[in-house]
Design a protein around this ligand. Structure first.
Ligand SMILES: [Zn+2]
Length: 496
């Protein structure tokens, strides 16, 4: 502004100078013999036109020179001003660079597990950068790695104070409480973290884990629906897990007096996931208690279609208890029709015929499953059929010997950690994962534990005795079979 005003006045001055020169040239009295007479403060100068031209040129040159000098002074003035900001900017940039270098070195140290180095770098970065939200994150993790848990917690508490880093702080302390086994506080913190960031998948999982551990099935179902809402869970998996949680909720309410409420929830679980065997079994049992046999049959049939299971067969058998063998046969055939080729169907039919002492039909129903799927159940059944048909002791003994070393058959196995469970549960008791229990054959490594090794001494005794009486042997076969039955009964009782 000032500069442009200055320039404008300078320009006006030049113009005025030209006007003055021109007026001299124009006046006749100053013109003598082509010379120009210039009068300056009382002196008269006579100059030729060429001299005049040179003079004009000199004036222009002087004006240009003055202009240049003025702009140079201005430039110097500006330079001095500019230099000051440039210097401060230089120092600022230097601090920032050092700060970020310390930060990146700290992160490197963190990644390579050098906690104390990372911590000192974090402190250095904080000194230069003055951005606690950034450096505190590094410091907290560094303190954790360096084993300074209390220090880490202090930093997390600082992070909680700042709304932008509050979630990180809550999450940090939540993880610390989890590692300390303080699940109650961890649950409260997980709820807080979830309210701050409901879309955060890890928080959703931690919260569900803690809720299921604390048997807060209803709360877990709410979190699960949030997972569905924010897209971190496919619809079908949500349905299945929700069914598992609903079933757990129902099983728990059944313990109290609110049976109707429990039934509604169990039915809901069964409707969401008809192949969830424990839900179907619970619902069928409830129907049976209320003498709603038709409903119970419907539920079992539906479940058998996709997931045949001995628990279902046991309840089905209970429904037709006391009826004559023809009616029972008819009923079981209807159930078998739902999934005729399944091994469990064959076993169920064979057992039904065994109970009716119809050995040829039992054999026909069992087919060759004792060869294709040799396990304790199929091999014991074929031994019983042989015995029923009056086979030689040696034949029966052969099957029982095989049964001793055979796998126990499908069990509730955690898909996550392969732990075998005697009864179904919503979460694995070993790894706490939700809905990982699958009815399947025990993996090789665990087969040893789950196989019928506990029966080995008794059967081996039978096999080793040289003069086994037939009666004695019969008794022991009976015992072997009841023992197998007991295993199933045990499963039932431990579930309810
Ligand atoms: Zn597990």
């Amino acid at each position: 502004m000032l500069i442009s005003l200055f320039r404008l006045s300078l320009f006006l001055m030049i113009v005025m100078a030209f006007a003055w020169v021109a007026s001299y040239l124009a006046s006749d009295q100053n013109k003598i013999l082509g010379s120009t007479i210039i009068e300056i403060s009382g002196f008269e100068y006579s100059i030729s036109p060429i001299q005049l031209l040179i003079l004009l040129g000199l004036i222009i040159l002087a004006a240009w020179f003055v202009l240049k000098i003025v702009s140079l002074i201005l430039a110097i003035f500006r330079f001095i001003n500019g230099d000051e900001t440039a210097v401060s900017r230089y120092f600022d940039r230097n601090r920032e660079r050092r700060g970020f270098r310390a930060l990146s070195e700290g992160m490197m140290a963190l990644a390579s597990g050098e906690g104390s180095t990372a911590l000192s770098k974090a402190k250095k970065a904080e000194k230069y950068l003055k951005q606690p939200s950034l450096t505190n994150l590094l410091a907290a993790q560094a303190a954790e790695i360096a084993g300074e848990a209390e220090h880490a917690e202090e930093i997390y508490k600082e992070l909680i104070l700042d709304p932008t880093t509050r979630f990180v702080g809550v999450r940090g302390i939540m993880k610390k409480r989890l590692s300390e086994g303080d699940t109650d506080t961890a649950l409260k913190l997980a709820e807080k973290a979830f309210s701050l960031k409901p879309k955060h998948e890890e928080t959703q999982d931690v919260l569900i884990g803690l809720q299921t551990r604390g048997s807060d099935w209803r709360g877990a179902r709410k979190t699960l629906s949030a997972k569905l809402k924010y897209g971190s869970l496919p619809k079908d998996i949500h349905k299945r897990r929700d069914a598992v949680l609903a079933l757990s909720e129902a099983a728990e309410i059944i313990e109290t007096d609110k049976r109707i409420e429990a039934q509604v929830t169990a039915i809901e679980a069964n409707r969401m996931s008809p192949d969830l065997v424990p839900a179907a079994a619970l619902v069928a049992k409830e129907y049976l208690t209320d003498d709603k046999k038709k409903n119970a049959i419907k539920v079992i049939k539906k479940a058998w279609e996709s997931q045949p299971h001995p628990d279902l067969a046991a309840i089905y058998s209970e429904i037709y208890e006391g009826e004559n063998s023809e009616d029972r046969e008819k009923a079981f055939k209807l159930l078998a029709k739902m999934n005729p080729k399944h091994v469990e169907t064959k076993i169920m039919m064979a057992e039904m015929y065994l109970q009716a002492e119809d050995f040829p039909n039992a054999r026909r129903s069992l087919g060759d499953t004792y060869e294709t799927v040799p396990n304790v159940r199929t091999l014991t059944i074929i031994a019983a059929i042989e015995k029923g048909e009056g086979a030689d002791d040696s034949v029966i003994r052969k099957w029982l010997t095989k049964a001793v070393s055979a796998p126990r058959g499908p069990q509730w196995v955690c898909e996550n950690c392969s732990t075998v469970h005697s009864a179904w549960r919503p979460t694995c008791f070993n790894c706490n994962a939700l809905d990982t229990l699958t009815w399947m054959d025990v993996p090789e490594t665990n087969a040893e534990l789950a196989s019928g090794s506990e029966r080995a001494p008794f059967v081996l005794d039978v096999l080793n005795s040289n003069d086994t009486e037939t009666a004695q042997f019969d008794l022991e076969v009976e015992q072997s079979l009841t023992e197998l039955d007991n295993v199933e009964i045990e499963d039932d009782s431990s579930k309810s």
